[in-house]
Design a protein around this ligand. Structure first.
Ligand code: WTA
Length: 664
């Protein structure tokens, strides 16, 4: 395209604030009739049978929703099913030889794996038999600490087959984070690997896993996948030593067939630990019937997945997006789901586009932080490839600004693909607010209306709906099947964290209960919701949720640190970056050494993703008269913004000193 044409196009797009779904898409969309919104409202909660009947049940459910003891809702009660049957067995007759998982390994010369439904079914059965052999029983929590290797979805599905909930811990988390999660879940089993590749180099992983296991307060059995082969020799692990080798276990059970355990709809499918406002991660509990119905339905209605697609979600399986929209939703629909082990910038900035072209990917679902990086690298990288196989684009994880949205729409989608900006959380299990791509006009920057049957509303501090255009808080006013059921072993915290804000917690009337996701939002006159970001002390760094308290508690554990406050500073690519404001004891002279120890402590306790971008050492922190740290002021310092009113501070003079030190 000539430069002047390009400039014109950009200018036209900059001005346009809404887009119709492309006609070519609407024609073939899984859901294209706008009547669905009214239909679902009229039939609520029975509308959710539309989702539940997409699954194969062993015993039919009796009740769609049991709301007799809010907020402990139960969905599809009386029903029973097995998730691995729904994701594997039921596809074997028609799609057994089709690819279930296209696995693209990190080193470019790696032997990639196309795993058919039949092969996946077989390996899942063999590994399920192996898990039983090492002692895993129904309801035992199996922890997985692995990067994007095919053995991870195999292990997840094997657990689902035998009714053992899994708890996947992101491989980038530290040994300490692994131990905290295994201890919290009383998990006696771990599946991990020797290492993996990053930008071409082998990386030790088992060393971290072993360090974590040393801090687990009970006996454990560990299975290790040999990912690196001889390239891992330098790390000095004896894989046969103390742990079970994955390949040996599977070989010992060659051809095993494990009858799927029929699980109650409300039985736990998995736990996923996520950050909250206290230092302790929260174990979000998802169930078998409601969760699988939700992710299957939304994969169909929003991602428009069809069995013959090659669907590509570039998230990591260590987060909820990978669970819901790489494994469970897509496999339940019998499609081909892709898994990419590496990073988008290796060996070059066009790696994802090369994969899309090579495999003919039909959807791409990724995070705004990745899109901002693609923009920065430049449109010449996608332009090198034929991306015409793409039919739909999606984003998740943080607000996307209209410029990035339009860049994605133009340079990746060639203005032919609808973009779904999907708002949801670990706790919601799957999408809650987004346009339906075959129906809704798209407004860049705004996620869209709530899904049919989902009752998301923006309210003020006392829970009243706000006027269009005014900022308020996002809430969900009615339960939905994919919702978290509770926090593992902690019903009280579940009520406190998600419901107490706007509910009458003494009431047993479900109308008095409102779910509070802790996000700021506004709504326009068409009912489109724009999510503004977290309103609690949780940061969103590159689409990953990190609790400031967790980071602060790692920092105050460092010798020489008296107190710490962590806030998010604006960051061009990451969205938010971790900025730490630290009071050092006796105003240490060795500031550089202290800074290094602080950064190291955060990496050790949480992982490199939480590494502070900036550590400001100061004599004091801005505090209110009651002693509460004024984080808002620190955020303003971080972003170089005007401070506003400091008169309510006990120590207003400190702010200038901090400002001075922040730029040092
Ligand atoms: C944010 C990720 C704006 C939000 C699936 C939420 C978003 C948190 C969007 C959950 C979006 C997610 N627009 N913000 N489309 N999607 N968020 O649990 O703050 O890792 O509360 O789940 O990400 O993050 P989590």
């Amino acid at each position: 395209m000539a430069d002047s044409e390009e400039v014109e196009l950009e200018a036209r797009l900059e001005e346009q604030d809404s887009f119709e779904p492309p006609a070519s898409f609407v024609e073939q969309a899984n859901v294209a009739d706008p009547a669905i919104y009214d239909e679902f409202d009229a039939k609520w909660p029975d509308c959710w049978e539309r989702a539940a009947t997409m699954l194969d049940w062993d015993d039919d459910y009796e009740t769609v929703l049991d709301d007799s003891t809010p907020p402990f809702y139960e969905w599809f009660t009386g029903g029973s099913l097995n998730v691995s049957t729904n994701c594997l067995d039921r596809h074997l007759d028609e799609r057994g030889d089709e690819v279930a998982i296209e696995w693209v390994g990190e080193p470019v010369d790696e032997a990639n794996r196309s795993i058919t439904y039949r092969e996946l079914h077989r390996e899942v059965n063999e590994f399920a038999a192996a898990l039983r052999e090492i002692g895993v029983g129904e309801d035992d929590v199996v922890t997985m600490y692995m990067p994007m290797v095919p053995e991870l979805p195999v292990a997840m599905l094997a657990c689902a087959r035998i009714g053992a909930p899994h708890s996947v811990v992101f491989a980038g988390f530290s040994a300490g984070a692994l131990a905290t999660r295994m201890n919290a879940a009383d998990s006696e089993y771990l599946v991990t690997c020797d290492g993996y590749y990053r930008r071409g180099d082998p990386l030790d992983h088992l060393g971290k896993a072993n360090d974590g296991l040393a801090d687990v307060g009970h006996e454990t059995e560990t299975v290790v996948v040999d990912r690196l082969g001889p390239n891992g020799d330098d790390f000095g692990h004896d894989l046969a030593d103390a742990h079970h080798g994955y390949a040996d276990l599977v070989a010992a059970h060659e051809g095993a067939e494990i009858a799927p355990v029929s699980r109650d709809a409300e039985d736990m499918l998995f736990l996923m630990y996520t950050s909250g406002t206290t230092g302790e991660p929260k174990g979000v509990k998802h169930t078998t019937g409601g969760y699988l119905s939700w992710v299957t339905w939304t994969s169909h209605a929003v991602l428009d997945i069809k069995p013959e697609d090659t669907y590509f979600c570039a998230a990591d399986l260590g987060w909820i997006t990978g669970h819901s929209y790489i494994v469970y939703g897509p496999l339940s629909l019998g499609t081909t789901t892709m898994m990419y082990e590496g990073t988008p910038d290796h060996p070059d900035y066009d790696r994802l586009w090369q994969i899309v072209e090579e495999y003919g990917a039909t959807q791409l679902y990724t995070a705004p932080t990745a899109i901002r990086a693609f923009m920065k690298w430049g449109e010449e990288f996608p332009a090198r490839h034929d991306l015409s196989s793409l039919r739909l684009l999606g984003t998740v994880g943080e607000p996307i600004n209209p410029r990035a949205w339009k860049w994605y729409y133009t340079h990746i989608g060639d203005e032919e693909c609808p973009v779904v900006d999907t708002w949801w959380q670990t706790e919601t299990g799957g999408m809650v607010v987004t346009t339906l791509p075959g129906i809704g006009r798209m407004k860049p920057g705004s996620a869209g209306p709530p899904l049919p049957g989902a009752d998301a509303q923006v309210v003020d501090t006392v829970g009243e709906s706000v006027e269009a255009g005014r900022a308020g808080y996002l809430t969900v006013q009615k339960p939905w099947p994919g919702m978290l059921r509770t926090l593992y072993d902690n019903d009280e915290r579940f009520v406190e964290e998600y419901w107490a804000e706007y509910s009458d917690t003494d009431s047993s009337d479900p109308d008095d209960w409102v779910y509070s996701p802790e996000d700021g939002a506004k709504v326009d006159t068409d009912g489109y919701i724009t999510v503004l970001g977290r309103v609690d002390d949780v940061l969103n760094v590159s689409g990953h949720r990190l609790g400031t308290m967790e980071i602060e508690s790692a920092i105050v554990g460092v010798d020489g640190v008296a107190e710490a406050a962590v806030v998010g500073g604006d960051h061009e690519l990451k969205g938010e970056a971790v900025h730490a404001y630290v009071i050092s004891e006796d105003d240490q002279n060795e500031t550089e050494a202290l800074r290094r120890r602080i950064v190291q402590a955060v990496e050790d306790e949480i992982g490199p993703i939480a590494r502070p971008e900036r550590v400001v050492l100061t004599g004091d922190l801005p505090k209110t008269r009651s002693g509460k740290i004024m984080r808002r002021l620190l955020e303003n310092v971080s972003d170089g913004e005007p401070l506003g009113d400091t008169s309510t501070l006990r120590n207003p003079e400190i702010v200038e000193e901090i400002q001075r030190r922040a730029v040092e």
